[in-house]
Design a protein around this ligand. Structure first.
Ligand SMILES: Nc1nc2c(c(=O)[nH]1)N[C@H]1C(S)=C(S)[C@@H](COP(=O)(O)OP(=O)(O)OC[C@H]3O[C@@H](n4cnc5c(=O)[nH]c(N)nc54)[C@H](O)[C@@H]3O)O[C@H]1N2
Ligand SMILES: Nc1nc2c(c(=O)[nH]1)N[C@H]1C(S)=C(S)[C@@H](COP(=O)(O)OP(=O)(O)OC[C@H]3O[C@@H](n4cnc5c(=O)[nH]c(N)nc54)[C@H](O)[C@@H]3O)O[C@H]1N2
Ligand code: SF4
Ligand SMILES: [Mo]
Length: 747
């Protein structure tokens, strides 16, 4: 019998609602779920092709151990025993600093992170690396300084805005906002609303914009400084708002008061009048901004974020309706890892702080492994990520991983990283187990969907949560759980909760090991550590969420979390679990002054000195690499490394080296022929695409290719062209500004 099941897309952070048709325990196809309150029947081509993700050709079904050049199948007991012993030896012999966990930021599964981080912490290490550390280190660090918390991701409140500014964001292809295409075309078509796009090229989003500022690649910080300066020089800033809510403006105002805007805009290759027009709109309209990888992975990453936030602050657009707001969230995405605190570790070799709300940037990991020091990294637990394709500089990562004494990979497939591991552990896919949505994209509503298993996992597959729990157990890191607590787990959840809290109150370490305790009790009953962790998260949610939940109809009380949990179980399409209030934004700000702090001492010199003259130098390309590679184009045919079966793109031009017609002409290259791209890190040959979407002087290649499928490589692994050292001071890769050249391989 065929049955439709409600679930969600696990491919990107939007997690749009899907319904999947299941027959004989197999997903046949997917359609958008109209009942999902956040996505409301919206889904893109990728989500509709979810079967290709769920049924890859290289699915793992049993634990594997490296043996010579290949792998041999082993039992779970053997895998857990051997890995635990090795971990213990490495940490005892060297130091806890020799251990890292890399994972926890997949777009479909969120609960493993609390287990991975708990295991790491229980073994004495703070070295948690994640994908967030290669996207958001700069912006989250800046938010930590300006608003007081690194996880106060300022989300655009687009529904209440008259103008949406997409800066370095191609939402028509990458989404990154609920119902992105619908929202963007809505802005574009509505005569009363405006879409402004700041992007060097005519992206799919720029193409429908009311105003497109085609900024020179890498010149965003300079442009933002010029825009702030225009506003200051014209006297357009939001004075009342600044007086009331902003601290430090008088101190930094001189950076802009005499700034030479015209020369700066010349360097940015932008029209003075058009930029003035945008500045006027920014000081008269209700607007919000969506910056993205063009800014975060762009040249000057952290400085870009600083400048953009100052711009928003002086226009009075932070923490106001229709502006950029601190969203309501069930749980913060990490913690405030202020590197000035002596309790926060830096990396040993590169002295990098965990600026992305507690996670370190993957870019520094190869140096941390290859370092010549006793406390270098020696053991890495990788889970739900694929560093050997996703992170910069595959060759450096391979070299580093080959030096590890222990590399363990949890995955559903034999990924490129798994192929180099000592142990490969087979996981349940996100359609075979429980997990949830997490990203706070909406305001004032707070959305949550508890995704349930819709098909049975292969017999020997486990959740990463369960794997980490087994390891912690074998390592003796979980306190002995009394019988009455175990038994209570089979009964009423609230009674269990009361017993658990009573025991936790008088037993050391229980609080710190809570994910494991939950997994071994409720998780044992429910066959899911993730589901147990979801219950635990709701039961111990922070006060701000409890308040939001009460506004959404879940009255406060000891059982509030449990009632929300039950409602989520009863509502498979997801639910509004909270309603935020803008007034709480101002209370949330926890800087020393209690206001938005625009003076950041560490960035002051760079910000003050930024001008046309130094940027003319900084933007000059070396003679042997005259072009700029944008290593990471997002299209309907790309999805990180989550779609491994090339058939999903059959007949499509998925992975090309794209250039502008002018550049193709000048190099004597034709659409469809082979071209070679060369960077400092390496070279690759692929199909050339000639397209007006590419800005002259630049080259576009998607990421997420170079995947091995049935022993042949599919597409270009763009990270063989990137260097892990080509990065911002906080570790973010500068993937949008890589010096390169194009050659004719047959010449
Ligand atoms: N189809 C598809 N969608 C995805 C993904 C995917 O793999 N495929 N991945 C998801 C993930 S994990 C993420 S993080 C998001 C990323 O989503 P986006 O950040 O929207 O992705 P990009 O394509 O990098 O878009 C950034 C835009 O920045 C522009 N840009 C490049 N250089 C500069 C510059 O110097 N200045 C400015 N102002 N702009 C510049 C590019 O031309 C591009 O149009 O996408 C998500 N969605
Ligand atoms: N050059 C370049 N590189 C980039 C980017 C770029 O723009 N340019 N963008 C980057 C960005 S924004 C991001 S977010 C990263 C993403 O990089 P990664 O964090 O590596 O994410 P994915 O490619 O999604 O890889 C997820 C891995 O998880 C596995 N997986 C899927 N489901 C499960 C499961 O249920 N359990 C377990 N244990 N594993 C599972 C998949 O098989 C896959 O191997 O890549 C980035 N890499
Ligand atoms: S926008 Fe993202 S979550 Fe939605 S269907 Fe597409 S890939 Fe999936
Ligand atoms: Mo990402």
């Amino acid at each position: 019998m065929k049955t439709w099941h409600k679930t969600g897309c696990v491919l990107c952070a939007q997690n749009c609602g899907l319904e999947v048709l299941v027959e004989d325990d197999r997903i046949l196809r997917a359609r958008p779920d109209k009942d999902n309150p956040r996505s409301q029947g919206y889904a893109c081509r990728k989500g509709l092709n979810i079967v290709y993700h769920q049924y890859p050709r290289d699915r793992l079904t049993t634990p594997l151990k490296r043996s010579g050049n290949g792998f041999k199948e082993i039992t779970w007991d053997q895998a857990i025993n051997e890995i635990a012993d090795k971990l213990q030896n490495i940490v005892t012999q060297h130091s806890p600093r020799s251990l890292a966990y890399m994972g926890g930021s997949s777009q479909g599964g969120h609960f493993e992170a609390s287990f991975g981080v708990s295991l790491l912490r229980a073994m004495g290490s703070q070295y948690y690396y994640s994908s967030a550390g290669q996207e958001f280190s700069g912006i989250w660090w800046v938010l930590g300084r300006m608003l007081g918390r690194q996880y106060y991701t300022i989300t655009p409140d687009e529904h209440a805005a008259e103008m949406l500014v997409g800066w370095g964001w191609n939402g028509m292809m990458s989404h990154q906002m609920p119902q992105a295409r619908k929202t963007l075309t809505g802005f574009s078509k509505d005569p009363d609303r405006l879409l402004v796009v700041i992007d060097p090229r005519k992206s799919e989003t720029a193409a429908i914009a009311d105003i497109h500022l085609a900024v020179r690649p890498g010149a965003d910080a300079l442009l933002a400084k010029a825009m702030i300066a225009i506003i200051v020089q014209e006297g357009w800033e939001a004075s009342d708002y600044i007086t009331q809510h902003v601290e430090g403006w008088e101190r930094i105002r001189p950076w802009f008061a005499d700034f030479d805007c015209r020369s700066a805009l010349d360097v940015c290759q932008l029209d003075d009048a058009l930029v003035h027009q945008v500045c006027r709109l920014m000081t008269t309209k209700r607007w919000c901004m969506h910056p993205d990888l063009g800014i975060y992975m762009g040249r000057h990453s952290t400085l870009n974020s600083y400048m953009l936030n100052i711009l928003e602050a002086i226009c009075g657009r932070l923490c106001v309706p229709g502006g950029n707001i601190i969203p309501g969230m069930v749980m913060p995405m990490g913690f405030h890892a202020d590197e000035r605190s002596p309790n926060i570790w830096r990396t040993a070799e590169t002295a990098m702080p965990p600026a992305a709300a507690g996670s370190f940037p993957p870019n520094v990991m190869p140096e941390e492994i290859l370092a010549d020091r006793p406390d270098r990294l020696r053991a890495v637990l990788v889970s739900a990520c694929n560093p050997l394709r996703s992170y910069a500089d595959t060759r450096m990562f391979e070299k580093a991983f080959d030096r590890l004494e222990l590399l363990v990979v949890n995955d559903i497939v034999m990924s490129e990283t798994a192929r180099r591991a000592h142990y490969v552990l087979p996981c349940r896919s996100y359609y075979e187990t429980w997990d949830g949505t997490f990203f706070p994209w909406t305001f004032p509503g707070v959305f949550f969907q508890l995704r349930r298993p819709v098909v049975t996992p292969p017999e020997h597959c486990l959740e990463s949560s369960q794997i980490f729990t087994r390891l912690a157990d074998r390592l003796g890191l979980i306190p002995d759980i009394p019988d009455h607590i175990r038994k209570a787990a089979a009964g009423d959840r609230l009674t269990f909760g009361i017993h658990l809290m009573e025991w936790a109150g008088k037993t050391p370490d229980v609080q710190k090991r809570m994910p494991f305790v939950l997994a071994k009790t409720l998780g044992h009953e429910w066959n899911s550590g993730a589901l147990a962790a979801a219950w635990g998260m709701l039961m111990t949610a922070p006060k701000t969420f409890r308040k939001n939940a009460a506004r959404a109809g879940f009255q406060t009380g000891l059982d509030q979390g449990d009632r929300i949990f039950q409602a989520l179980l009863d509502t498979p399409q997801g639910l509004w679990v909270g309603k935020a209030d803008i007034a709480d934004n101002w209370e949330a700000i926890c800087t020393p002054s209690g206001k938005i702090e625009v003076f950041i001492p560490e960035l002051a010199e760079e910000a003050e000195n930024l001008n046309a003259i130094c940027e003319i130098e900084g933007l000059k390309m070396p003679p042997d690499f005259p072009l700029i590679l944008n290593a990471g184009r997002h299209m309907d045919t790309t999805m990180n490394t989550l779609m491994r079966n090339p058939e999903w793109n059959k007949g499509k031009r998925a992975c090309t080296i794209a250039v502008n017609p002018l550049d193709a002409d000048s190099y004597g290259l034709m659409d469809g022929q082979l071209a070679r791209i060369v960077t400092k890190a390496g070279s690759a040959v692929g199909e050339l695409q000639v397209s007006d979407q590419v800005r002259s002087g630049t080259v576009l290649i998607p990421h997420g290719f170079g995947l091995i499928c049935e022993e042949s490589v599919y597409g270009i692994n763009v990270n063989q062209l990137t260097q892990n050292t080509h990065r911002d001071p906080l570790g973010t890769p500068i993937h949008r500004f890589i010096p390169c050249r194009i050659e004719n391989p047959s010449a």
